[in-house]
Design a protein around this ligand. Structure first.
Ligand code: FPP
Length: 243
C-alpha cells in the first residue's frame, strides 16, 4: 500500500436506482449491479492493502422504501453474506456489521452473524457493513448504554470521555475513516458515521455506484494523497493518522 493512501475508506454507495432507471431497467437491477460492485471494490481494496472498508449498505431511513425494494435488498445482502464466504476466507477478510441489526429479518441477521463468526480470526481487510444503520441512532444507543452503566454504578459520569464514548459505539476498536467517498453527485453525509468522520477527508464523485470501479477508486485515493490533514492544528501529513 502507498504510504499516503488512507487506511480506512468509508463509502456511501449511492446511485443504484438512477443507474438502472437511465438504462430503462427496474431499480432493483441497479442494486444487483451495485452488489456486484461491492465484490469488485472489496477485492481491489484487499489487493491494495487497505485496512478497513466501510460500506453503507442499508440505512435506518431505507426502511421507508417500498417493501418490494426492501425485500429485494435484504435478499441481495443475504446472498452476498452467504455466497462470498469462501472468498472472504481465501482473501483473509474479516466481516463486521454495524447498525441496529435487531431490525433485520431473522434469516438475514443469522446469515450475517454466521459470516461474522466464521471470519473473525482473519487478519486482512476489515469489511465493515452498515446495515439498518443511522449515525444518530448509534450515538443514542451508546449514550443509553453509558447512562445505564452510570445508573448501575459501573462507571462515574466523569469517566465518560471521547475515548470511552468511541469504545461504546458499534465501531469500537476500529480506527475512524481517513477518507469518506460518496458516489452519484449528492453532497451529503446522510447520517453515516457522524461521530467517526469528524476528521475524515470527503470525496464526492458524479459516478453512480455501479460505475465506480478500480480506476475511480484510484482517482479518489490520489486526490486524498494530495490533501494535507491538520486536525485543527498546523501541518499534518495524511499518512500519520488514526483519526
Ligand atoms: C443507494 O442507491 C444504495 C442503497 C440504498 C443500497 C446499497 C446496496 C447495495 C450496493 C447492494 C447490496 C449491498 C451489499 C453489501 C451486497 P439508491 O437506490 O438510493 O439510488 P438512487 O439515489 O439513484 O435512487
Amino acid at each position: 500500500m502507498k504510504a499516503d493512501w488512507p487506511k480506512h475508506i468509508a463509502i456511501i454507495m449511492d446511485g443504484n436506482g438512477r443507474w438502472a432507471q437511465e438504462r430503462g431497467f427496474p431499480r432493483i437491477l441497479g442494486h444487483r449491479e451495485g452488489a456486484r460492485n461491492v465484490k469488485h471494490i472489496t477485492t481491489v481494496c484487499t489487493e491494495l492493502g487497505i485496512e478497513i472498508l466501510s460500506l453503507y449498505a442499508f440505512s435506518a431511513e431505507n426502511w421507508t422504501r417500498p417493501s418490494r425494494e426492501i425485500n429485494l435488498l435484504m435478499k441481495l445482502i443475504k446472498i452476498y453474506a452467504v455466497r462470498e464466504r469462501p472468498l472472504f476466507m481465501s482473501h483473509n477478510t474479516q466481516v463486521k456489521v454495524i447498525g441496529d441489526i435487531e431490525k433485520l429479518p431473522k434469516d438475514v441477521r443469522d446469515a450475517l452473524q454466521k459470516t461474522v463468526e466464521m471470519t473473525k480470526h482473519n487478519t486482512g481487510l476489515i469489511l465493515q457493513l452498515a446495515l439498518s444503520y443511522g449515525g444518530r441512532d448509534e450515538i443514542v444507543r451508546a449514550a443509553r448504554d453509558l447512562a445505564s452503566k452510570a445508573k448501575n454504578g459501573e462507571i462515574e459520569p466523569e469517566e465518560i470521555s471521547e475515548d470511552l464514548f468511541s469504545q461504546t459505539l458499534d465501531t469500537a476498536g476500529r480506527n475512524d475513516p481517513d477518507l469518506l467517498i460518496r458516489t452519484s453527485g449528492e453532497l451529503r453525509i446522510s447520517n453515516y458515521l457522524l461521530w467517526q468522520t469528524a476528521y475524515s477527508e470527503f470525496y464526492f464523485t458524479e459516478k453512480y455506484w455501479p460505475d465506480f470501479k478500480e480506476t475511480e477508486l484510484l482517482e479518489a485515493l490520489d486526490a486524498y494523497a494530495k490533501r494535507k490533514r491538520r486536525f485543527g492544528g498546523v501541518e499534518f501529513h495524511s499518512t500519520s493518522t488514526t483519526k
